[in-house]
Design a protein around this ligand. Structure first.
Ligand code: GTP
Length: 195
């Protein structure tokens, strides 16, 4: 008999993608360890961290994957989309090209993830004043594609907890809806063959 008690109510896998240098590793480091580093050490392949949070009186364990933005790792990172419950696409507000690349990341992820998996678009480095992408542009993009969006700073921590909380909330609601449909299916009278 297995007596080990699970310490969480739900586990969700999240995957962070985006161009190299936009701050994906720093974004995760800030969220998981509340730390920041100025140094830029490009991720090789993938890395992941766990963090448990409280959402609506439930303990949600998030398994967050940080992928490499460099083109040469694209085939490796593609494998990590599978089974993802949510995708976070990061760009750098001071680097227009990384914002233009968001559409490509979105299309790439859609090839691998299940229908209805929520996406979040993050404009990182909001602490910087030399921006090339306005908040309005992010807002328009988010509304057009009907996805969550926010500007954050891995350096100051601005908005990062909120993003994960909002995403976890969305995932929980989605799961509860699916469970409700299953319950309704269970009580539907089943067709039985007769004579
Ligand atoms: P790859 O691993 O190559 O895909 O890059 P990455 O997206 O993981 O970038 P990383 O987190 O390594 O950050 C790149 C650089 O941006 C580093 O020098 C960080 O210090 C800096 N950086 C990351 N986030 C922020 C931020 O919010 N504000 C500022 N000012 N700098 C940041």
């Amino acid at each position: 008999m297995n007596n080990t008690k699970r310490s969480y109510d739900d586990l969700f896998k999240l995957v962070i993608v985006g161009d190299s240098g936009v701050g994906k590793s720093c974004f995760l480091l800030r969220y998981a360890d509340n730390a920041f580093t100025e140094s830029f050490i490009s991720t090789i392949g993938v890395d992941f961290r766990f963090k448990s949070i409280n959402v609506n009186d439930k303990i949600i364990r998030l398994q967050v994957w940080d992928t490499a933005g460099q083109e040469r790792f694209r085939t490796i990172t593609a494998a990590y989309y599978r089974g993802a419950d949510g995708i976070i696409i990061v760009y750098d507000i001071t680097h227009r090209q990384s914002f233009s690349a968001v559409v490509g990341w979105l299309e790439e992820a859609l090839k691998y993830v299940d229908d209805g998996v929520p996406f979040v678009i993050i404009g990182n480095k909001s602490d910087r004043t030399d921006r090339q992408v306005s908040y309005d542009e992010l807002e328009q993009f988010g509304k057009k594609h009907n996805i969550l969006y926010a500007e954050c700073s891995a350096r100051t921590g601005e908005n990062i907890d909120n993003v994960f909380l909002e995403l976890a909330n969305k995932l929980l609601l989605k799961k509860e809806k699916i469970n409700d449909v299953q319950k309704i299916d269970d009580i539907k009278p089943h067709k039985t063959s007769c004579c």
